[in-house]
Design a protein around this ligand. Structure first.
Ligand code: NAD
Length: 501
């Protein structure tokens, strides 16, 4: 028998919110008692008040995290015990999946079935995957002469500050929490002021799962207040940051001005999607780019927002993409069937509409969308928009729009395509579409990006690293490589005396 569809609107009406910070295992208001409005982009309604964390709250959270680290209540637990607690944390996330999905959707506007099927599931899988790794990762013994022994071991760093964005709030948090906690660190998480609710709930679930008090703290607040205080803190050992390149630059400055804490930046993107004339299945390439671009309202760091198409295929390709775009017309994120939801807030809405204006102004041709949608809802929605005949030097091709706006750029030769694809300050992802195996490999090698896809786009798994070249950042989230960010490498030399005669 089919399960009855969930009435998300009805569930939302009975959901309760708690916007207080989570410090030392407890819900607490901000020190000064200040709060800010948590607004839902679905209809512009104020959902609740959220604690406006500042320096004093960050001091308290870092203090709790430091004490928890120093007394070994987490770091010194046998690995098998840490594994079991993190596994229970993942189980709790899944048990609360509908509540978490609703919080995520109400807070940042994505379709609720995506929050449920993608964000919650991937967050739980991330925590479970790192939990499994805890008692399976070994250290090293160096090949030294017989009179000595050199151990190369990984140790937790201490207190990790995690600062994350609003586009995948829970998932981005889990990409930091998974490896940082599995390695034995304590964490202070600063969620985006635009999407703090799911992170606060995650901290409660972790405590219920048995994570000791003080090991995982959440301080909501604005970037220039709570975020800056965390990144400047003298007792924070590393910052795991995901967000814009503009703020990533600041993170490096904060480290330079304070204790030279490690900074791992996962930043913006303007990913190139290159389709050659020898690729036969134009339909698949075109439908893939529409699906990848308009997923999450185009608010994805790896959205394939610059499409380079060989001029021989371009008319056919653009025709298919323009025909696909209306399928992603925004709808009510709580309907359970909308393919696209709301843009996160009015600031982002105005920014996206400004880029569309700029595309018109610079002479690109709009072939789908281009306008605000669902204005009667009181929320913030934009039509899936496709620009053709874009120049790689236009603003819409150079800057990250972070909204449902796709630019198509036509090319004639392979060299020209590679040169233009690489002519960007960003280097997060790229893809090449070609039925010629030599060309596919040649171009995949030439593209300067942390991930390159060949003849597909959205393959993704926790087992592989995710991160960028150039101004898309330096660290890598996901996979065992993420442990490098949250551990120190220690060498221990031991002298071994020869046997006494
Ligand atoms: P943002 O840089 O504005 O904010 C990110 C976080 O930094 C938020 O928590 C914010 O409060 C905080 N912050 C803002 N100003 C700060 C300051 N002065 N000091 C300290 N903290 C500060 O980014 P956003 O708008 O939330 O997110 C969108 C960006 O995130 C896009 O550029 C997107 O590409 C990027 N992103 C990258 C990845 C990746 O893995 N590379 C993943 C998702 C999103």
């Amino acid at each position: 028998m089919n399960k009855p569809a969930i009435d998300w609107r009805q569930r939302a009406s009975s959901l309760s919110f708690d916007g207080r910070a989570f410090i030392g295992g407890q819900r607490v208001p901000a020190h000064g008692g200040e709060t800010f409005d948590c607004v839902s982009p679905i209809d512009g309604r104020v959902l609740t008040q959220v604690a406006r964390g500042r320096q004093a709250d960050i001091d308290a959270a870092v203090g709790a995290a430091r004490m928890a680290f120093d007394d070994g209540r987490w770091a010194h637990k046998p690995p098998a015990q840490r594994k079991r607690i993190l596994q229970r944390f993942a189980e709790r996330i899944l048990a609360a999946k509908e509540e978490l999905a609703l919080l995520e959707t109400l807070d940042m506007g994505k379709p609720v079935q995506h929050s449920l099927g993608v964000d919650v599931q991937s967050a739980a899988r991330t925590i479970a995957w790192y939990a499994e790794a805890v008692d399976k990762v070994y250290d090293e013994v160096a090949p030294t002469p017989r009179n000595s022994l050199a151990l190369i071991t990984r140790e937790p760093m201490g207190v990790i500050g995690a600062v994350v964005p609003w586009n995948y709030p829970m998932l981005m948090a889990s990409w930091k929490l998974g490896p940082a906690l599995a390695a034995g660190n304590s964490v202070v998480l600063k969620p985006s002021e635009k999407s703090p609710l799911s992170a606060l709930r995650l901290a409660e679930l972790a405590l219920e799962a048995g994570l000791p008090e003080g090991v995982f703290n959440v301080v909501p607040g604005y970037g220039h207040e709570a975020g800056e205080a965390l990144a400047l803190h003298m007792d924070v050992d590393a910052i795991g940051f995901t967000g814009s390149t503009r703020v990533g630059r600041r993170m490096l400055e904060y480290a330079g001005r304070s204790n030279l804490k490690r900074v791992y930046n996962e930043l913006g993107g303007k990913s190139a999607f290159v389709v050659f004339e020898d690729f036969a299945d134009v339909q698949r390439a075109a439908t893939t780019v529409a699906a990848s671009m308009f997923f999450n309202q185009g608010e994805s760091c790896n959205a394939p927002s610059r499409v380079f198409v060989h001029e021989r295929l371009a008319d056919e390709f653009v025709g298919i993409v323009a025909g696909e775009a209306p399928k992603y017309q925004p709808g009510d994120p709580l309907s359970g069937s909308a393919e696209m939801g709301a843009i996160v807030d009015d600031v982002q809405l105005r920014s996206v509409l400004g880029y569309i204006e700029s595309g018109h102004g610079e002479g690109a041709a709009v072939v789908a969308g281009g306008k605000r949608a669902r204005t009667d809802s009181g929320g913030y929605y934009v039509e899936p928009t496709v620009f053709d005949r874009v120049g790689n030097d236009m603003k819409i091709a150079r800057e990250e729009i972070f909204g449902p706006v796709l630019s198509v750029i036509r090319f004639r030769t392979e060299d020209e395509a590679v040169r233009m694809a690489n002519d960007s300050p960003y280097g997060l992802q790229a893809s090449v579409w070609s039925d010629n195996i030599n060309r596919a490999h040649r171009v995949a090698r030439a593209l300067r990006a942390g991930t390159v896809h060949v003849n597909q786009y959205d393959e993704d798994d926790i087992t592989v690293p995710f991160g960028g070249y150039k101004q898309s950042g330096n660290g890598r989230d996901k996979s065992l490589h993420a442990f490098d960010k949250y551990t120190e490498l220690k060498t221990t030399w031991v002298r071994i005396d020869p046997a006494q005669a």
